[in-house]
Design a protein around this ligand. Structure first.
Ligand SMILES: [Ca+2]
Ligand SMILES: [Ca+2]
Ligand SMILES: [Ca+2]
Ligand SMILES: [Ca+2]
Length: 272
């Protein structure tokens, strides 16, 4: 069973995936998961007698093998492991010590590897990312292996096959956690709660603790703010929205957002 997915090629696998992850949130859970497995079984040519009970059994066996986050959700990067080259170096890409839970860290990576600043990560840029990642683990990788890894990654994560990874595609590769801002309900809370939430929010994005949001800190904040309204903004949209946000909030025009500027912007009075 574990290798059953080997019979699916990448394109077929992704077609099934995109069908079931229709809202493109990068994971499949609950009832969708049953349907997903039923569909995969059918495509793999399992006999019709695979009734509900058998689907459940296969699902459980499968999930305990691959569901690395053990959260009952199947994530695209977990699924990707099945069709990507199964060698130790490559698995490093998906095996992270700490979850990436801050969009500021994410944007730092994005800005670093989008070398030509065209708002997308090309295969060439992805290759540099993979090379660095493997080196960080003190491993060696041959150029041909690196090419193979890069091709495989582009196949899985470049959804529209334009040779370009969007912010959202990279977020999948890096297994980015849910939007930090989702936990707050700025409209519903009392003034006291709003202030406390504001402190939490500012601290989260002021990663280098300078008391102001600058550079990628603003990027990360803009990304999360905008994705509360509309998931999957592009890097180009992000750049535009950043200019708009700075125009609105950066009162002293230094290109950074001081704490008092952000509190004014969000309608929260700063602490005296
Ligand atoms: Ca680029
Ligand atoms: Ca693309
Ligand atoms: Ca800062
Ligand atoms: Ca400012």
């Amino acid at each position: 069973m574990e290798r059953a997915f080997d019979q699916l090629d990448a394109a077929e696998f992704l077609a099934i995936w995109h069908h079931f992850d229709a809202d493109d949130n990068g994971y499949i859970e609950g009832k969708e998961l049953d349907e997903f497995f039923r569909h995969v079984m059918k495509r793999l040519g399992f006999p019709k007698e695979y009734d509900n009970e058998n689907v459940q059994k296969l699902k459980q066996r499968f999930m305990s093998t691959y569901d690395v986050t053990a959260d009952g959700k199947l994530q695209i990067q977990e699924l990707a492991l099945m069709i990507l080259p199964a060698d130790e170096n490559f698995l490093l890409v998906f095996r992270r010590e700490a979850p990436l839970d801050n969009s500021v860290d994410f944007m730092k990576i994005w800005r670093k590897y989008d070398v030509d600043c065209n708002g997308c990560i090309s295969a060439q840029e992805l290759k540099a990312f993979l090379r660095d990642l493997i080196q960080q683990h003190h491993k060696e990788v041959s150029p041909s292996k690196l090419d193979e890894y890069t091709d495989a990654m582009m196949k899985v994560f470049d959804k529209n096959k334009d040779g370009c990874l969007e912010l959202n595609d990279m977020a999948r590769i890096l297994a980015m956690e849910d939007n930090f801002l989702l936990q707050f309900q700025l409209d519903a809370s009392s003034q006291g709660e709003r202030k406390r939430d504001f402190e939490k929010i500012f601290t989260h994005y002021d990663v280098n603790k300078t008391g102001e949001l600058e550079g990628v800190e603003v990027d990360g904040f803009v990304k999360d703010m905008m994705e509360l309204v509309r998931p999957s903004i592009t890097a180009k949209e992000l750049d535009k929205l950043k200019v708009i946000l700075l125009g609105h909030c950066d009162v002293n025009r230094d290109g950074k957002i001081q704490k008092n500027e952000l509190s004014l912007c969000l309608g929260v009075r700063p602490r005296p």
